[in-house]
Design a protein around this ligand. Structure first.
Ligand SMILES: [Zn+2]
Length: 177
């Protein structure tokens, strides 16, 4: 289900990043129920990632759009790090769903995604409201909590930032007990 049929244009990619110059094709996306920015104007590779063509010093090169967006919205990706999708939606370029991590983080993500990340961000949640409260109130760091709940560390950050499950407040656990 789409929230609306509004088409958005990601215009920053046309202007504010050195790799973004000479963008000939507008980047268009819609926003789905998970607040994913789903690009439909560009082709996706076999893994579902959106690639854009850029001309650097006269040479055409392909770049991953989500990496470009991450650098535009946040910071340069340090060497050797990858950009992770908290939403498990490779075609998504919502900066709030993107984070930087190591290849090991990514491998852990992939492993965990098979278990619960996908469901929990796509509507068929395997996390209960109690789980979400517990995650938010857990004093341990995100990695420890992620392991216990079988979700990614990125997802823990995501939950703690109230990017989803917004209706579950921080005090409800106490009310329930
Ligand atoms: Zn997303």
């Amino acid at each position: 289900m789409k929230l609306d049929n509004v088409v958005y244009r990601y215009s920053k990619a046309d202007s504010t990043h050195p790799r973004a110059k000479k963008s000939s094709k507008p980047i268009l996306y819609t926003i789905n129920e998970n607040n994913c920015w789903e690009v439909f104007s560009h082709h996706k590779d076999k893994d579902g990632y959106v690639r854009v063509l850029r001309r650097i010093n006269g040479q055409k090169k392909m770049f991953y759009l989500h990496r470009l967006v991450f650098e535009i919205e946040k910071h340069k990706i340090p060497d050797g790090l990858v950009v992770l999708h908290a939403c498990d939606n490779p075609g998504c370029i919502n900066p709030e769903h993107l984070s930087c991590g190591t290849v090991a983080d990514n491998a852990a993500d992939m492993k965990n995604k098979g278990r619960s990340l996908k469901g929990s961000l796509n509507g068929n949640s395997k996390l209960s409201a109690q789980d979400v409260l517990a995650i938010r109130n857990d004093p341990r760091d995100a990695l420890a909590v992620a392991k216990e709940f079988g979700i990614t560390r990125t997802h823990v950050y995501y939950l703690r930032a109230y990017k989803n499950w917004k209706h579950i407040g921080g005090n409800e656990l106490n009310d329930a007990n």
